[in-house]
Design a protein around this ligand. Structure first.
Ligand SMILES: Nc1ncnc2c1ncn2[C@@H]1O[C@H](COP(=O)(O)OP(=O)(O)OP(=O)(O)O)[C@@H](O)[C@H]1O
Ligand SMILES: [Mg+2]
Length: 424
């Protein structure tokens, strides 16, 4: 037996399932092969270093094992066996996850919105767990997520090869000079500076989520033209195709607006916070006031002295109500601590069947105000933005439905806010 054979510390307890040449994965640092435990037939994924004499790689592998050993979550591959401290060839064996990587799956078929939401729920729960025990992954990308039995709702995070944990704290950043943190899927400026921050995982994950819908790699927070990944035209088109509902798409775009900020303090701060933004995506639009004006009309008509003006006044109150709801939702999406809603300058001219108000949203250092204007013409209520005459909606007073107005307003404010945020 040669000395190299002796160094295979896992031999005895485990055997290779495939011939040695058949790897299930080969990354920059290691080679991964499927193995089976001799004692009970349990399958595992064996990871060994290619260059096992490199001291930095050896330290990294040890850190990977220590990260894995403090993690216990159904959507993170469990560690079963390891030897990352002794002399010779180091190894880690994790439970074998049967299924395609996210990369393999998405390159053939993107996720539907429902699939992304189920997927996000699981991965963000896994990240919440990892972060709560002080482990930051730092290399979230489609190759490092395996879909168990090809199910979008059962993704498993693998590869803690460049993760941060308390063990890494013992080493200076210079120890790992040769190794670039982060990944090519989405470059993060802070990782290039060696950051140890859970928020990088959240942004990388949002890049992955965007990829699952659009099949487009985000690559960087801004392209040469200063556009964020979700603002690029192909991506926008694919999003519009995959998510025709404007309200839901608007919310998703705002979620990405925040995810891809350069400044960490402007990003999603915790996995829980991001998870609830994904959760709220589908909530409504049916919970929104779908006040039936014909019901109001019937009620008002029963009152003594009913006239057209009474109806008009009521319509105006409804308009204020709907607008406030839309703005409050946007404010919640942005985070109540950074955005506030302003309202003022209400005017009504009942005789002319005209009414309007100023509404706005303020974010630090910026205000986005819209002067909204409504006018009843014949049987139609026409809603516009006064400054530039943008048409928000035309509503039929006999069969009124506020939804087109809400959608128009939400889209308009959303895009104006994005523009403002871009400028700053
Ligand atoms: N537990 C597992 N079950 C099944 N397959 C796995 C498992 N762990 C890893 N793999 C497969 O092996 C590939 C490489 O594993 P891993 O990412 O841990 O290695 P790596 O050398 O750090 O890779 P890279 O440098 O490319 O990130 C994965 O992309 C995946 O396809
Ligand atoms: Mg990998």
């Amino acid at each position: 037996m040669g000395s190299k054979q002796k160094q295979k510390l896992w031999k005895g307890s485990w055997q290779l399932i495939f011939p040695e040449t058949q790897n299930i994965g080969a990354g920059g640092q290691g080679v991964v092969r499927k193995v089976q435990r001799t004692r009970d037939g349990k399958t595992g994924a064996l990871k060994e270093l290619i260059n096992f004499n490199n001291p930095e790689r050896r330290k990294r592998m040890h850190i990977e094992a220590t990260s894995l050993s403090v993690l216990d979550h159904p959507n993170i591959a469990h560690i079963i066996d390891e030897n990352t401290t002794s002399e010779g060839q180091l190894y880690i064996i994790t439970e074998f996850i049967d299924g395609p990587t996210l990369e393999e799956q998405i390159s053939s078929c993107p996720f539907s919105l429902e699939e992304v939401l189920a997927f996000a729920e699981r991965i963000l729960d896994a990240l919440h767990h990892a972060h709560s025990v002080g482990v930051f992954h730092r290399d979230i990308k489609p190759e490092n997520i395996i879909l168990r039995h090809a199910s979008p709702a059962d993704p498993v995070l693998v590869d803690f090869g460049i993760s941060f944990n308390d063990e890494e704290r013992l080493f200076s950043a210079a120890t790992f000079m040769g190794q670039q943190l982060g990944n090519r899927f989405l470059h993060l400026p802070e990782l290039q500076r060696g950051a140890r921050d859970p928020r990088s995982d959240l942004t990388q994950f949002c890049g992955v989520a965007l990829y699952t819908i659009t099949q487009q790699q985000p690559i960087s927070l801004k392209d040469e033209e200063g556009r964020m990944p979700h603002q690029q035209s192909t991506v926008r088109e694919k999003l519009a195709e995959a998510i025709p509902n404007n309200i839901i798409r608007g919310k998703l775009l705002r979620l990405f607006d925040r995810a891809f900020q350069n400044d960490l303090t402007e990003r999603w701060q915790t996995a829980k916070e991001l998870a609830s933004a994904f959760e709220r995506m589908m909530f409504e639009p049916e919970v929104r006031g779908q006040t039936s004006l014909s019901a109001i009309r019937t009620e008002l008509e029963g009152r003594p002295g009913f006239n057209q003006q009474m109806l008009m006044k009521r319509l105006y109150l409804e308009f204020m109500n709907e607008t406030r709801q839309v703005l409050n939702e946007i404010r919640q999406e942005l985070g109540e601590h950074i955005a506030s809603v302003k309202q003022g300058g209400a005017h009504e001219n009942v005789e002319e069947s005209e009414f309007g108000s100023r509404f706005g949203i303020t974010i630090p250092g910026d205000e986005v105000y819209l002067k909204l204007h409504g006018k009843v013409v014949g049987n139609e209520l026409i809603m516009r933005i006064e400054e530039d005459d943008t048409l928000l909606a035309r509503l039929d007073l006999n069969a009124p439905n506020w939804e087109p107005y809400q959608i128009g307003l939400e889209e308009e404010i959303g895009s104006r806010l994005s523009r403002k945020l871009q400028e700053t």
